[in-house]
Design a protein around this ligand. Sequence first.
Ligand SMILES: [Zn+2]
Length: 315
Amino acid sequence: MPTSVTDLLDARINELQAAFCALSDRVWDTTETNYLEYQSVAAHKALLEQQGFRVETGLAGLPTAVMGEAGDGGPVIAILGEFDALPGLSQQAGVAMPRPESNGGNGHGCGHNLLGAGSLLAAPAVKDTLAALGIKGRIRYYGCPAEEGGSSKGFMVRAGVFDDVDIAISWHPAAFTGVNNPISLACNELNFHFSGRAAHAAASPHLGRSSLDAVELMNVGVNYLREHMPSTARIHYAVTDTGGHSPNVVQAKATVRYLIRSRTLPDLLALVERVKNVARGAALMTETTLRHEVLSGDANLVGNTPLEQLMHRHI
Ligand SMILES: [Zn+2]
């Protein structure tokens, strides 16, 4: 007979695991991205109900967010899971090399099918172990949409769905098994749209105002800025609209997307302002106009060192 808490947990996990492996396989076959995880969230909800959790859906106004709670009294322990697929990560099952099911299709190639099912397996295992030992505590499973690029947890935090949570545990598949220091940086993703004036680049170049020039000058400016920013900050960009394919036309529109990261939120906001100034400078130099658009934003993760050390000992 199992005696210690971890023995009890292990035994319960072994009893439960088949249903959760099946859930993971089902999500693998259901490649829903970024806030469109309708079938995946329904499968998680059904299993939560089957395991005796009190279920709430549509958290923070997000149709594919779900929460299941069990137990009463004591601390509130949140276990976070996700189930979104990623664009371009289509992958055949059981093959340990890139081999898409459909070229360019959505998929769970980095193991996102495991995120929700693994977390969801932990929730009833802990719930049943606490009940068996007569320990008070509320266990919650939070099914969070859009792990990749959608920042759903930011909306959930803002709506207060984690306000009474004592600890929150999450995980992500990786190349090793271990406990990570949460070194996730605060980040902000923005589009910089430049607008100029089209003209024939040989016949009347003096009439053109190039948005592509503005994008290039902005990138050069930001690359100079790198020397004078904190070494822990990160800036990446991708030109998402070059303004066209014809070199003989002055590009009237162009867009560059920036991802800016810093250790803390105040540092991030200051750095974003500096990048915006570089963009303004590029617009001034090229006589184009500039509009920026925020795509997403996340604060840095706040760690819990005693809990990490405890998890590390057990893992
Ligand atoms: Zn991920």
